[in-house]
Design a protein around this ligand. Structure first.
Ligand code: ARG
Length: 594
């Protein structure tokens, strides 16, 4: 009401209130509002004057200190310690740690991972899998319905390669014994002999081997019984190649309706779009004109204009776009989603932009379409990882390397802590294997998720497994440290969750930590709103920093009074729970001791 009284346009009040942001400098308070500037302009007054009027009109409350006005009209808000102590105590009994359930839950279809099967999984699809899975988890945690769908590339040239390889070069005994392995070998074997490095394009080629593989693909698409039978025979093995990777990444995707699933629908899609006047015949092909309604025909026009989308090529082949339109229709009819998210690399931006426009014109305009795009993963040479010399970098090897390095650093840290006179638990071999895996896979995921999605980033195993800094490893240690305090003091944590003690905020470090703990829902909601998982890692980093200052300034087990000890134990328990929950939203696990 105080803001509404000062606002000439009541419709804008929610925007003003949404602009109340955490204060940059804690000395100014906890939150800061800068709407007085905008309001003053509208009212023809000076901003500090308006700010003072708003502050004067605020109802008296015991939750915030009397607000102050600073500089050009900022309103600074600071919670009272009594409020913070009460709020954090309430948080302790909340299993959701304050995470709200959406008042109006939405249905999301998330297109994630989308590897091209039949070849070893490529790091290029790693980002889609990791970011997509984090978004599934985050949106679900907020109470939305989320359908994950893996749009497998299971119908392209790679099958022509396999079929050709199988027909001409297979080792029958090896195939009988282990089809997955033999198919992987055949793929690599054929692919190596291509004149130009691997790519899936169906473009005309002067490479006779590639041409032969393309012909096998065409026969498959035309329904040739021999190739169709081989495709059916190969598919289980191809999916089997992917399974261990998903398992290791702890990623479960609800559906895997690949390109092949849509194949029978494609002629109908093209006909329907022609009937509705959206697509047209052009020189034997069927195309959708570009956004300006133009089908460029001359060389000149081709250079000037955005190309039209081809639905059916002159040779009768359907395209990626046709399949994606069929996919949209299927998803819309099956799940009636409010939003369809595509977690796919930035190079496909134009494809999705036109696809979404086409789908809307076609009548599928109910859902929000979002291309949740991401940048490339670069090698140390700053070139895209996948395109490095030496060909395909296999993801399994990469995870193995991460786990190995993670374990090495763990052992170094144990030795280091022992040297400094700490008692450190000697993990069993099984526990060490678990630590290696949790740390290694977590490091790779966290490094990916902590980048702002759209930028490229350098894949650097050493940095991502660092034990200090904004890494999974650091957060995992921070979690284990919380747990170790309870073990060391032989304290049952259940009491802090069911009948929490009073919270006493004696030190500024405690106050700052409590404020961070209370901000968890804010961070998760912001991450969900813009599909930005790095807002969750950013939050974790702030929480970890506040926690480390807290340990520095405050004894926990040796706190000066039993009340303070209990109060601090409650905070430590909440830190652990929050870290575990936040990492869980990112698909990253923790161990109880390390
Ligand atoms: N298989 C595709 C690729 O590797 C990604 C699929 C993305 N999803 C989609 N609906 N087009 O480029």
């Amino acid at each position: 009401p105080a803001v509404a009284a000062a606002a000439p346009d009541p419709a804008k009040v929610p925007d003003y209130l949404a602009a109340v942001k955490p204060a940059g400098n804690p000395e100014h308070g906890d939150y800061q509002a800068n709407f007085a500037m905008a309001l003053a302009k509208a009212a023809g007054k000076k901003p500090p004057e308006v700010a003072k009027e708003i502050v004067a009109a605020l109802p008296a409350t015991a939750d915030i200190e009397p607000p102050t006005v600073a500089g050009p009209g900022f309103i600074n808000l600071k919670f009272t310690s009594a409020f913070l102590a009460r709020a954090v105590r309430d948080l302790a009994t909340d299993e959701r740690l304050g995470l709200p359930l959406a008042a109006a839950p939405r249905t999301y279809v998330i297109d994630l991972s989308g590897p091209n099967v039949a070849k070893p999984l490529h790091v290029g699809h790693l980002r889609s899998t990791i970011i997509g899975d984090a978004l599934v988890r985050i949106l679900r945690a907020l109470g939305h319905t989320v359908v994950g769908d893996n749009h497998l590339g299971d119908w392209g040239l790679q099958f022509g390669i396999l079929i050709y390889g199988y027909k001409h070069f297979r080792d029958e005994a090896a195939f009988q014994a282990d089809p997955v392995r033999e198919l992987a070998r055949l793929y690599v074997y054929i692919n190596k002999q291509f004149k130009k490095a691997d790519d899936d394009d169906e473009a005309p080629t002067d490479d006779p081997l590639k041409k032969a593989c393309q012909e096998e693909t065409a026969k498959l698409h035309a329904g040739g019984p021999e190739n169709l039978a081989l495709w059916k025979q190969f598919m289980p093995a191809c999916l089997e190649m992917l399974r261990p990777i998903y398992e290791r990444l702890d990623v479960k995707i609800d559906h895997a309706l690949g390109e092949s699933f849509y194949n029978p629908m494609l002629p109908g899609i093209v006909e329907d779009m022609q009937a509705k006047g959206i697509a047209f015949e052009s020189k034997g092909a069927v195309v959708i004109p570009n956004a300006k309604g133009i089908v460029p025909r001359t060389e000149e026009e081709m250079k000037k204009e955005e190309p039209p989308a081809i639905l059916r090529k002159r040779d009768g082949a359907f395209t990626y776009t046709t399949t994606d339109l069929a996919t949209i229709r299927h998803r819309a009819d099956t799940w009636q989603p409010d939003a369809m998210l595509y977690v796919v690399g930035a190079p496909q931006a134009l494809h999705f932009k036109t696809l979404f426009a086409q789908a809307s014109r076609w009548g599928y305009d109910r859902a929000d379409y979002v291309h949740v795009q991401f940048g490339s993963m670069l090698g140390a040479d700053r070139k895209p990882f996948g395109a490095r010399k030496g060909g395909v970098v296999e993801l399994m090897d990469l995870l193995d390397d991460a786990a190995k390095l993670g374990l090495e650093k763990y052992e170094a840290s144990v030795a280091d802590r022992r040297e400094n006179g700490h008692k450190v638990y000697e993990a069993t071999d099984a526990e060490k294997r678990e630590i290696a895996e949790v740390v290694g896979v977590g490091a790779v995921k966290y490094a990916d998720l902590s980048q702002s999605r759209t930028t490229d980033y350098v894949f650097d195993l050493d940095k991502m497994t660092a034990t200090v800094g904004n890494t999974a490893t650091y957060m995992q240690y921070a979690y284990a440290r919380c747990r170790s305090i309870f073990r060391e003091g032989d304290i049952d944590d259940a009491r802090f969750r069911t009948a929490p003690p009073a919270v006493v905020l004696a030190e500024p470090a405690e106050r700052a930590l409590v404020l961070q703990l209370l901000r968890f829902p804010e961070a998760v909601e912001a991450a969900a709103a813009d599909y930005l998982p790095h807002l969750v890692t950013g939050y974790l980093w702030d929480l970890a920093k506040a926690t480390s200052v807290f340990y520095e300034k405050c004894h926990v087990l040796k706190a000066p009074t039993p009340e303070l000890r209990d109060s601090r134990l409650l905070l430590v328990d909440l830190v652990g729970r929050t870290i575990r929950r936040a990492l869980g939203l990112l698909g990253i696990r923790v161990v109880e001791r390390m």
